[in-house]
Design a protein around this ligand. Structure first.
Ligand SMILES: C[S@@+](CC[C@H](N)C(=O)[O-])C[C@H]1O[C@@H](n2cnc3c(N)ncnc32)[C@H](O)[C@@H]1O
Length: 200
């Protein structure tokens, strides 16, 4: 899906997602001290807003201008801690070495030879910072094949874990039951989760 497709998907509903922060983010980040965070594929902004309420300064990046408008409206009371940026993470790397937390929740990042885009996302984590990457387990994505989409064409957290070098310490690399119901119209039951720390 390109930016136009995502905009259309967001426009198809008054609100596409629940407005609640993702369960994986809440479970994995609640104990981290606030700093600078980057939300990759931030959508309508619920995760970034939750982080900002906890004292983080957050940059949210997304392809969809429609989603970002909604995010900015929802987080208007925290505008001094939130920055919303339209960008294509498959094409342009975010600021490097700058973020204490880089979170990607269900970001469909297409695999590419050389992993340049993935390396750009990993490079955004500051030394000592945390990478949190969550996806839908492949067993809940079978319906995509019927829509002509190959779910294995996108990076899974476990594949990212295997791509990390000795500059990283993997803290969590697992598949777990979702803690909240799946978004309407989907069949997701399990999350795949990678949490890794970039060594100082
Ligand atoms: C499944 S949604 C998840 C949104 C949000 N993280 C959440 O959990 O509610 C995926 C989001 O990634 C965005 N996205 C997809 N490909 C992207 C890309 N190449 N660069 C930036 N954002 C992208 C979409 O616009 C969409 O908002």
């Amino acid at each position: 899906m390109d930016a136009h497709d995502w905009d259309e998907r967001y426009r198809s509903r008054e609100r596409l997602f629940s407005g609640n922060p993702n369960g994986v983010l809440v479970a994995e980040v609640a104990d981290l001290p606030p700093g600078r965070a980057l939300d990759l594929g931030c959508g309508e902004g619920a995760d970034a807003i939750w982080l900002a309420r906890r004292g983080w300064r957050v940059t949210g990046i997304d392809l969809s201008a429609v989603a970002l408008e909604r995010a900015a409206a929802a987080g208007a009371d925290l505008a001094d801690r939130l920055t919303w940026t339209r960008g294509d993470l498959a094409a342009t790397a975010p600021e490097q070495g700058a973020f204490d937390l880089v979170s990607a929740q269900y970001l469909p990042l297409p695999k590419a030879p050389g992993d340049a885009a993935l390396r750009g996302l990993l490079g955004a984590v500051a030394p000592g910072g945390t990478l949190l990457f969550a996806g839908h387990a492949l067993n809940g994505l079978g319906h995509l094949r019927g829509e002509g989409v190959d779910p294995t064409a996108f990076y899974q957290p476990a594949e990212i874990a295997r791509a990390l070098d000795r500059d990283w310490f993997v803290e969590v690399d697992e598949t777990r039951l979702r803690s909240a119901p799946a978004p309407a119209g989907t069949h997701h039951t399990h999350d795949t989760v990678l949490r890794a720390r970039r060594l100082d």
